[in-house]
Write a protein that binds this ligand. Sequence first.
Ligand code: MG
Length: 237
Amino acid sequence: MVTDSQASPFKAYIFDLDDTLLDTYRCILPNAMAEACQAMVDQGLNASVEDCLNMHQQEVSARPRRSVFSTIIETFNGKSDQNEKIMNAGQKAFYDRKVIEPLDLTPGSEDVLKKASQFADVHLVTSGIESTQFQKIEKLNIGNFFNSITIVNTLDGESKLTAFANLLSDYNYRPEEVLVVGDRRDQEIFAGKTLGLKTCLIKYGEYRTLQPNCVEEIADYEVEDMTEMVQLCLVQP
Ligand SMILES: [Mg+2]
């Protein structure tokens, strides 16, 4: 039982959504990727949906830093003036979709949100398309936990680094008072460390094997799941 004397060591938490709080890898990824492959095939990708899905699986583990959409399109179509149209169709189907699947939080997330919001501010910063991300938040019924929700549209070139910097300035936090929690070394961990925030990596989802390639991608804490995060980050020893 957490008591007031064991209050959070952080003034604020910034959570990622996909594959951090939400089990996107299991609940959404298979359908979203199948829809993206179908959309690319419909626009002229020279492959079957099955070829495309197999390539996605191989490429994400072999070259997780490369855009998997670019690799799939170049592999099957080479250089073609149709590629941009195919890419746009694939990305739109993947990111801008109706969320029909039942959704689950990752194990431990509900407990983490309850404890974090009891003692500190809690913010959500998630990448994607606004309408799709809000469907996820509503279906999970977690919106009330957050002091703020920011949707970063990476397809439009927006970045988590800017979103984090805005939170620091809007809420007047010192960097070391804030813990960023996410599954991507190359996104929220990099952005957090660059700004001097504390960071916690959840090793879950399709990018769990991504290795750090600079010091900013090495998180202060690394945990297997959110259950572990409660013990590591929320209760002072
Ligand atoms: Mg994520």
